[in-house]
Design a protein around this ligand. Structure first.
Ligand code: NAD
Length: 477
């Protein structure tokens, strides 16, 4: 089967090759380029209805893949997706409007505007840790921008990938949106095609592979990567509130969150009180973590072994387990764990942990954590807990991160009016709301000559023209 039937959702995609779908999307990209806000909003509505109709299968799939509590799936997958879809539908018309810009002095007599045009056929590669919202979130932006898209969900959460495949195939014609399940081999095959934009969410290591592949076709990229997101907790922080926030941000999804606090610098004066507060909060949130239905599991044996090794090596080299440390390999269960007594050369302080372990380091002078954070690759998030506004301002001024929260964590992800993205090793470009729309759009400059003075400056370069140029240069100097 090499052709695509017209109109409506299709069930024919499984018979089509990656190349055939790509060619079909490319052929229809022009029609989608001129699609109205109404037509795009209708597609977004279709996706919204499909997600709502599949709520229960999605919850079950995530229970199967990650033993994820239903409340966490609702909060971290369905709420962001549905609110992102609604936000895009509401604002799409305004985002699509050309933006008129005023003329500069030299451009007197011209009229100029910026038109957002769809970049074209897009590839979206998603990770496993939030396999619904990190697949359908970028898709929301691609549809809003008017781009056809090919999706590649993660192979590590197969039950969810299967639901996503069914949902996409039942909702869209593959010329609009197509999906291919599979591992790195399928991703590699897709990356060989000359997509106009590649939106990748995953690890920095694979991000480099994606960027290299994109370079072969000079495809534009958005890279949403990971890394070690630090916390700095000042001695003025409300310890109880900070402990609640950090436990929630760190141990939801068993720490498998790209913007989870990875490690914490705590002022030495409040370290014992902070650890006590963390113990108390953990007992309240999870009671007996192995028994509670509100605690997730590690995605697979490989990641279970990796996190276990990080803890064991740190302990062997002198770290202390303050809370937790228990695991159960058959369940892929690792209890929420706090570690102290760490040294900077330990692997747990160098690699992204991506699991329910929080190393806590004391500091005396703010310059210490700032220098240590600046010595590492730029993080996706940096969180500050404290009340001293001057110190908060100093931390923000003297460090760099994809995003930050003050006295909170994770919430920067859910604010539709904030750009979400990393910097350097933690990513390139932005997603969410208008920023996601722009990620899939090209801002085309359009200038219209009404009565500009430029023709007076064409050759021959008379003394008058030269005087005018001299005068302009003097004015600019
Ligand atoms: P990963 O990089 O291993 O995989 C991500 C995707 O890339 C998957 O679909 C996978 O099949 C594909 N892939 C794997 N190897 C590939 C290759 N050689 N060539 C092409 N594609 C390949 O990441 P993961 O383990 O799924 O997710 C965890 C990582 O993602 C963490 O580093 C985390 O911080 C990061 N992450 C970032 C964000 C963000 O928004 N910035 C969100 C979630 C996760």
């Amino acid at each position: 089967m090499n052709t695509l039937h017209a109109g409506g959702p299709s069930v024919l995609q499984e018979e089509l090759s990656v190349e055939a779908v790509f060619a079909a999307q490319r052929a229809t990209a022009i029609a989608q380029r001129v699609s109205s806000a109404k037509a795009r909003a209708e597609k977004l509505q279709r996706l919204e209805e499909a997600v709502l109709a599949q709520r229960d299968p999605i919850r079950h799939a995530l229970m199967e893949d990650l033993h994820r509590p239903v409340a966490e799936t609702d909060l971290f997958e369905l709420v962001p997706i549905l609110s992102g879809l609604r936000h895009a539908r509401r604002h799409l018309k305004a985002w699509m409007k050309p933006r008129y810009v005023p003329p500069t002095l030299a451009m007197f007599g011209t009229k100029a505007r910026i038109r957002c045009e769809p970049k074209g056929v897009s590839l979206i590669i998603a990770p496993w840790n939030y396999p619904v919202s990190l697949l359908l979130g970028p898709l929301t932006s691609a549809i809003a921008a008017g781009c056809p898209a090919v999706l590649k969900p993660s192979e590590m959460t197969p039950a969810t990938a299967e639901i996503m495949t069914r949902l996409i195939k039942a909702t869209f014609d593959p010329r609009e949106v197509a999906i291919f399940e599979g591992d790195a081999a399928v991703a590699t095959k897709l990356l060989a095609l000359p997509f106009d934009h590649i939106f990748f969410t995953g690890s920095p290591a694979v991000g480099k592979i994606v960027m290299q592949a994109a370079a072969q076709n000079l495809a534009a990229v958005t890279l949403e990567l990971g890394g070690k997101s630090p916390v700095i907790l000042d001695e003025t922080a409300d310890l109880r509130k900070a402990a609640q926030s950090i436990c929630w941000g760190k141990f939801s999804n068993s720490g498998q969150t790209c913007i989870a606090p990875d490690y914490a610098y705590v002022h030495e004066k409040v370290l014992p009180a902070f650890l006590a507060a963390m113990k108390e909060v953990l007992a309240r949130l999870y009671g007996e973590p192995a028994q509670t239905p509100d605690y997730c599991r590690i995605v697979n044996e490989k990641h279970f072994a990796r996190i276990t090794m990080l803890i064991d090596e740190a302990v062997k080299d002198g770290a202390t387990i303050v809370v937790g440390g228990e695991r159960e390999a058959t369940q892929k269960f690792i209890a929420p764990t706090l570690l102290t007594g760490l040294t900077e050369n330990m692997a747990i302080l160098r690699e992204e942990i991506f699991g329910p372990v929080l190393p806590v380091l004391p500091y005396r002078d703010l310059a210490e954590p700032i220098a240590a954070i600046n010595a590492r690759p730029k993080p996706l998030a940096l969180y500050v807990y404290g009340k001293d506004q001057e110190r908060i301002a100093k931390i923000l001024r003297e460090t760099s991160a994809g995003g930050s929260c003050i006295n909170s964590c994770l919430l920067q992800f859910t604010h539709e009016n904030l750009p979400f993205g990393g910097i350097g090793h933690s990513g390139l470009g932005h997603s969410h709301g208008i920023f996601g729309f722009h990620a899939f759009s090209h801002e085309r400059a359009v200038l219209e000559d009404k009565f500009s003075l430029m023709p007076w400056l064409y050759p021959p370069y008379t003394p008058w023209v030269k005087r005018w140029i001299d005068w302009t240069l003097r004015y600019l100097a």
